[in-house]
Design a binder for this molecule. Structure first.
Ligand code: PLP
Length: 462
């Protein structure tokens, strides 16, 4: 389980040699009686971290791996400000408020309504907040009507990111996972509605799916739910999980209606640290108007003599990410974001065309929605798998994950490439050349690779 560490039974030992040739020990389980001093600690730890993969070659993650040097400096300068101390750091709080307004406008929050929002640690926290608001509103409606409130459910595609299932488990909501089926690899309008009933707190629509970068048809889902309401009186709101798409669609597909232009969309989240172009971890949650965010979830803190509403699961965190988000908005502007995202999109489509050209691959997505492509091996290829291809690419330093789809398409395994700012056409061509040569090598094998190897790297969960 990532991040939950159990204490090692036997104290381990990590040794490193210093320049002097003497060996020193890095503490691994006990606080050392005497430290090695600041310079030594820096050298040792930065050397140890070289064992991590190179962030630039990490084509598995959606998370930002490259920022301008000035942004990094500003982040270092603001790491000591606690975001929660609105009183002590009113200007940081003001910057957060400006970011929320900028994002709400980017997502076409209705003029005249008071859109509210907040920064979060990432989309995971933002999703928890959005879904909590849905649960609270559903419960209030049911109570007012004298109906039971003990069996809430949430409708979403089985392709949701794990934070949605976490929400359901932590907050006692039934997760109604709509399976993927055939060539339909995400939620559709027709199927979303089939899973809704009087206990549905909302439908989660994803822009776009972490599996392949495809956008779920938010507009069609909204129309189908409008129709459901007209037929049955059931009023089911939508939360859009735009973790990645929230900072892509406004620039690359400006005419696509997926946001507050659709009255049924109650709330939206996005990860500032994905296509918002900030280092981890910052996310954003925005509600279309006051009604969408129940008041009793919001805590008021004093701020500059006024009130600052806060809604969060965490308390203390550094102000740096929010400041960095504001830096990116200010320095790039709409045009800068558009250029960068369109560039990523063009590279993803270039890669897709190149992959198709290599031969044994079938594209599942081709970079036309998120700048992401996913591709499977042709069914005729049976002596190696996408997991082997992923392993071979890793030998060249490329981290390209392979994974299987959720029920009912566990049979479908794909490789996925996420293109982000920092990737260039030259790097893309190098990757294509490496993919071609590794695929040729594997194609020349005259017998099937053993299963243990074909198991490959299955641990990617982004
Ligand atoms: C990445 C992602 C999340 C989780 O976001 P974090 O910012 O990493 O917490 C949730 N949903 C989708 C669709 C994602 O792509």
């Amino acid at each position: 389980m990532a991040g939950v560490h159990h204490r090692r039974r036997h104290g381990g030992r990590a040794t490193a040699s210093r320049a002097s040739g003497l060996e020193v020990q890095l503490p691994v389980s006990e606080l050392p009686a005497r430290g090695v001093g600041g310079d030594e600690a820096y050298d040792l730890i930065s050397s140890e971290l070289l064992l991590d993969g190179s962030a630039r070659l990490n084509l598995a993650t959606f998370v930002t791996t490259s920022m301008p040097e000035r942004a990094a400096r500003l982040m270092a300068e603001t790491a000591d400000k606690n975001m929660i101390d609105k009183d002590e750091y009113p200007q940081t709080a003001e910057i957060e408020r400006r970011c929320v307004d900028i994002i709400a406008n980017l997502w076409h929050a209705p003029a005249g309504e008071e859109a509210t929002g907040c920064s979060t640690t990432g989309s995971s926290e933002a999703v928890m907040l959005g879904a909590l608001a849905l649960k609270w509103r559903w419960r209030a409606r049911r109570r007012a009507a004298g109906q039971s409130t003990d069996r809430p459910n949430l409708v979403m595609g089985a392709n949701v990111q794990v934070c949605w299932e976490k929400f359901c488990r932590y907050w006692d909501v039934e997760a109604r996972l709509v399976p993927v089926e055939g060539d339909t690899l995400h939620l559709t309008a027709e199927r979303a509605v089939q899973y809704c009933d009087e206990n549905t707190i909302g439908v989660a629509a994803i822009l776009g799916s972490t599996f392949d970068g495809s956008y779920e048809p938010v507009r069609a889902i909204a129309a189908a739910l409008d129709d459901l309401e007209a037929r049955t009186g059931l009023d089911v709101p939508i939360h859009v999980d735009a973790a990645s798409g929230g900072f892509v669609a406004p620039f690359v597909q400006p005419d696509l209606e997926w946001d507050f232009r659709l009255p049924r969309v109650a709330s939206i989240n996005a990860s500032g640290h994905k296509y918002g172009l900030v280092y981890p971890g910052v996310g954003w949650a925005v509600w279309r108007d006051r009604d969408a965010l129940p008041e009793d979830l919001v805590f008021d803190v004093d701020y500059l003599g006024g009130h600052m509403p806060t809604f969060s699961l965490n308390f203390s965190r550094p102000g740096s990410e929010v400041v960095a988000q504001y830096y990116m908005f200010t320095s790039l502007g709409f045009e800068g974001y558009r250029n960068l995202q369109q560039h990523s999109s063009a590279i993803a489509q270039h890669l897709a065309a190149g992959v198709a050209d290599i031969g044994p691959y079938r594209l599942i997505s081709s970079g036309r929605e998120l700048p992401v492509l996913a591709f499977a091996l042709d069914p005729g290829v049976d002596h190696y798998t996408v997991f082997d291809v992923s392993d071979r690419l890793r030998e060249r330093g490329w981290l390209v994950p392979a994974y299987s789809y959720p029920p009912n398409r566990e049979d479908l395994s794909v490789l996925r490439i996420v293109v982000r700012a920092g990737m260039t056409f030259d790097m893309a061509d190098q990757l294509l050349a490496d993919l071609r040569s590794k695929t040729d090598d594997l194609g020349r094998l005259d017998r099937r690779l053993p299963e243990t190897l074909a198991g490959g790297v299955r641990a990617f969960r982004h």
